[in-house]
Design a protein around this ligand. Structure first.
Ligand code: CP
Ligand code: NVA
Length: 312
């Protein structure tokens, strides 16, 4: 497996499936005992430039439950805040830690951090990608739909970090993916191109439209994300005006999906913006299992990256 997991691009289809298998094993309460000391002595550094509830706390819980430890690397307490370079910070942290999870504004920063670290670096969200979230989403689809290949997922909203890694994850596993964004908020062409290539290999399809009704038609899974990602707060008014009401997941829109569709959201959600309360709190919503699965997939990822004895 690659040393660094900065995007779903860093994982092959087989590696993704093997992480999901291990996550399912670790999720079973019967197996908690056997993994309790699996990462004994390993130390995870957690560097978060932006706020986080799920990613930060599930990573810390994951390493603790596997017998390791976590150190919070607060920006203001590091010499980074006084101008020490990312390169030198990476070299130094590699002398003490076993792994770093980082949440950064600019993807270039995590690329630099990983390039100069000799230990694994995991992306806990950048402006471009959110691989750990998408692993959890795939596990959630597998659990509810009993299969991955052949499902159709509709993503409605901002063609941003979540959408980008969903495109890669779905296309690598043969899940059809239909994206609907307002004009000007589409994912980058180079990411669409990779997804199209992957989906061709896997006999699935990728499509993009500005019409959300077209995207949700016959979908097995509907998902969305905030219209105002962290760092975009200044664009809030302008974004609300562009996205609402057309790109809201609501009762009217979901009528076009399959009757047994599931609704997913990476969270945090802005109720009655990208999704109505009726939908996110309704019977098709699986958002709490999706959030719980963050813990299980991250445990699996940490074991795969850090346990040299573990047979992949
Ligand atoms: N989904 C997700 O990454 O949540 P946090 O921002 O709370 O970590
Ligand atoms: N697109 C959102 C995802 C949060 C988990 C953001 O970047 O803020």
């Amino acid at each position: 497996m690659n040393k660094n997991i900065l995007s779903i691009c860093d994982l092959s289809s087989d590696q993704i499936l093997s992480i999901l298998d291990l996550a399912i094993y670790l999720k079973d309460p019967l197996n908690i005992q056997s993994s309790k000391t699996q990462l004994r002595g390993k130390i995870l550094g957690m560097f978060f430039q932006k706020p986080s509830t799920r990613t930060r706390i599930s990573f810390e819980t994951a390493i603790l439950q596997l017998g390791g430890n976590a150190i919070n690397l607060s920006f203001n307490d590091l010499q980074l805040s006084r101008g020490e370079s990312i390169e030198d910070t990476a070299r130094t942290l590699s002398l003490y830690l076993d792994c770093i999870v980082a949440r950064v504004y600019s993807h270039k920063d995590i690329e630099k951090l990983s390039q100069y670290s000799s230990i694994p670096v995991i992306n806990g969200l950048s402006d471009l990608f959110h691989p750990c979230q998408i692993l959890s989403d795939l596990l959630t689809i597998l659990e509810y739909k009993k299969k991955l290949r052949g499902n159709t997922l509709a993503f409605i909203g901002d063609g941003n970090n979540i959408c980008n890694d969903l495109l890669l994850g779905c296309s690598k596993l043969g899940i059809n993916i239909k994206i609907s964004t307002p004009p000007g908020f589409e994912p980058f062409k180079w990411i669409m191109d990779i997804a199209k290539k992957e989906s061709k290999k896997n006999n699935s399809f990728v499509s993009i439209t500005n019409d959300p009704f077209e995207a949700v038609k016959d979908a097995d899974v509907i998902t969305t994300d905030t219209f105002v990602s962290i760092g975009k707060e200044e664009e809030k008014q302008q974004r609300d005006a562009v996205f609402l009401p057309t790109y809201q997941v609501n009762d009217e829109l979901v009528k076009y999906a399959k009757p047994d569709y599931i609704f997913m959201h990476c969270l945090p959600a802005k109720r009655d913006k990208e999704v109505t309360s009726e939908i996110i709190d309704g019977p098709h919503s699986v958002v709490w299992m999706e959030a719980e699965n963050r813990l299980h997939v991250q445990k699996a990822l940490l074991i795969k990256l850090l346990d040299k004895e573990f047979i992949n």
